[in-house]
Design a binder for this molecule. Structure first.
Ligand SMILES: Nc1nc2c(ncn2[C@@H]2O[C@H](COP(=O)(O)OP(=O)(O)OP(=O)(O)O)[C@@H](O)[C@H]2O)c(=O)[nH]1
Length: 601
């Protein structure tokens, strides 16, 4: 039995906008509490990169247990749950928050409140967290802690009078942060003698230990050998290992109420565990489950196909491996006339898609073609039924369709005033509807409702570029609304390329079609014949470009002299070929697929 008195435990998260210094502060806290020595600290940084790579980089929250002797002379256990910063992974943030009682809100004192500061602090308030504001980077000459304190009060509406001014980089005032954690954040509540009630916070696959489950105990205790039941899945197991992260895994005998740690229990697959489920004693039947979480819903889908058809089985195996640690990534087999066999995959957002695609290519050495990302549409058919459409290619015949609904988001954007005009134009061009416009000091805070399909491709890139990187952005899904949507096809050499089909708003079809044709014209190499590139809605061509025929031999410019150069050129050409896919008679390079979609049409 763990003997930790519950009043000496503090469970907290660190919430912040990206780059405001969350990870640096976490490192300092680990160091200051002596959890790792300075020498180990360097190793730790490397280690955690390994773990992160194994577990999916920024996708996953990290947990670490710190021991701290406070100024009151008592020994505390601090459980820190780091949270990912990007909007795609807001879901991970909420579940970490559900395991804690308080949050450190880190705000860069030279930048101030940003879009994800707001989004994350609202998540923390929703989770009933006590919040300690921390002003970071006060070593910077541009830091204005007093102004930012006021801003936190004005914009977020929480008391910032006792915000802790720190420099996570130099280590200044980290001791005050630790004191604030023990004095200002509440201890967990829980009853040691009650039946076990634990929250399944996360689970992942470890090559040595098998499935590892991260738990937060609310009532009762967990010990080795105990028989447990997961209420949601009604699965029964015997706990074979219990431990905590310091930050490496360390075995302990038991976990008591209020504690956070991990268990293993000969669970075969991550799919056997459900994040948000309640774990209880095998024999207890009357435990009321914890509220849990809504499952993470994939919102963006695309097809992933191997460039080389022989890599199909490797791709399947690689996806299976990634899925072990990332239940929010889904895939099922798909076949396409032009691309052969591949998979239809679901993601939390475009960043998630890019991370998975990059990992498949880098870690598993696969060459992939990604088809046009699509959001999930709801198609109302004339016979009164509704279907969910994950792939534009599967759109039923237009005569059968009564209406099409698309997902909308509410976006919050913070920007220096100078860029406001361009940002409003960008939102307007993307069919946005302005909801609110306010000022936060010298910066504007705009809220827009936007169709998700106008945001998935390149909205974030465009926003960064029109604001020179200064605007910050956050969004959440709101609802489905009917839209005047049509299927646009791209034809290369008169053959439709399914991978580039998409649903677009009728009013935006022509400009998007034109932009895609122009981009493809640049991306598809010249062939020995003329290639028309067209965009079409049904039988109607709405845009066209022409790729002129190639006449010259690529080696001609070597004057027949330097044979090694000639060979190199030919080899390079062959290498280039490998990464292309044939559509009819035309080779389309792999990068054309995503690049063609990132157009500002
Ligand atoms: N000058 C200064 N730089 C800091 C301080 N704290 C963090 N930084 C720098 O700010 C950058 C971002 O810090 P991170 O700790 O990676 O920020 P983060 O919030 O964890 O970012 P993500 O993990 O990407 O969400 C890094 O280059 C840090 O070195 C500080 O107190 N002063």
């Amino acid at each position: 039995m763990s003997e930790e008195p519950i009043e000496n435990i503090r469970n907290f998260s660190i919430v912040a906008h990206i780059d405001h210094g969350k990870s640096t502060l976490a490192d300092r806290l680990i160091q200051e509490t002596g959890t790792l020595t300075d020498r180990e600290m360097v190793e730790q940084v490397l280690d955690s990169m390994d773990i992160e790579r194994e577990r999916g980089i920024t996708i996953k929250a990290q947990t670490v247990r710190l021991n701290y002797r406070a100024r009151d002379g008592k020994d505390y256990i601090l459980n820190l749950m780091d949270t990912p910063g990007h909007v795609d992974f807001a879901y991970e943030v909420s579940r970490s928050l559900a395991a804690c009682e308080g949050s450190l809100l880190v705000v860069d004192a030279s930048q101030g409140v940003e879009a994800q500061t707001l989004a994350n602090v609202y998540h923390a308030l929703d989770a009933n967290h006590e919040i300690v504001p921390v002003l970071n980077k006060i070593d910077l000459p541009a830091a204005e802690p007093d102004r930012i304190k006021q801003q936190i009060e004005d914009v977020i509406g929480i008391d910032a009078s006792e915000a802790v001014p720190i420099s996570a980089k130099t280590g200044l005032n980290i001791d005050l942060v630790l004191e604030a954690i023990v004095t200002r954040l509440p201890p967990p509540k829980g009853d040691r003698s009650a039946p076990l009630k634990a929250l399944l916070v996360d689970s992942w696959y470890d090559a040595y230990l098998g499935v590892v489950v991260l738990v937060r105990i609310f009532d009762g205790a967990l010990k080795k050998g105990q028989r447990i039941k997961m209420i949601g899945t009604d699965a029964h197991y015997e706990v074979d290992r219990i431990g905590v992260f310091r930050p490496k895994m360390q075995a302990i005998e038991a976990l008591g109420p209020g504690e956070i740690g991990f268990i293993t229990a000969s669970i075969k697959e991550v799919a056997d565990t459900r994040v948000g489920d309640t774990i209880t004693d095998d024999r207890k039947s009357n435990v009321v489950p914890l509220p849990g979480f809504k499952p993470a819903q994939p919102v963006v889908f695309c097809g992933l196909f191997p460039v080389d058809a022989a890599q199909f089985e490797d791709l399947r195996a690689a996806m299976g491996r990634l899925r072990l640690n990332d239940a929010s990534f889904s895939f099922e087999m798909e076949s396409s006339a032009a691309l052969g066999f591949g998979f239809r995959c679901g993601f939390l957002g475009l960043l998630h898609l890019e991370i998975i695609q990059e990992r498949l290519e880098r870690e598993f050495n696969l060459d992939l073609i990604a088809t046009a990302p699509s959001v999930v549409y709801k198609i109302n058919l004339n016979d009164g039924t509704q279907i969910e459409l994950h792939n534009p290619v599967d759109l039923p015949d237009v005569v059968k369709i009564a209406s099409i609904e698309e997902p909308w988001i509410r976006a919050t954007i913070l920007t220096p005033d100078d860029y406001l005009g361009s940002i409003l134009k960008l939102c307007q061009d993307r069919r946005g509807v302005q909801v609110d416009l306010n000022y936060v000091g010298k910066r504007a805070m705009v809220q827009y409702d936007l169709p998700l399909n106008e945001v998935v491709f390149d909205f974030y890139d465009r926003l960064k570029s029109v604001s020179k990187g200064y605007a910050s952005f956050d969004y959440h899904l709101t609802d489905y609304k009917e839209g005047d949507l049509v299927k646009m096809q791209i034809l290369v050499n008169a053959e439709p390329v399914d991978a580039l089909s998409m649903l677009v708003h009728r009013a935006r079809a022509e400009s998007r079609g034109r932009a895609m044709c122009e981009k493809l014209k640049d991306l598809i190499p010249q062939h020995m014949f003329v290639i028309p590139v067209q965009a079409a809605i049904g039988a109607k061509i709405i845009a066209r470009e022409t790729i002129r025929a190639l006449r010259k031999d690529v080696t001609a410019k070597c004057y027949g002299g330097d044979i090694t150069r000639k060979r190199k050129l030919l080899e390079k050409q062959k290498e280039g070929k490998k990464k292309m896919r044939q559509f009819g008679k035309v080779d389309i390079p792999q990068e054309a697929f995503i690049a063609a979609l990132k157009v500002d049409g």
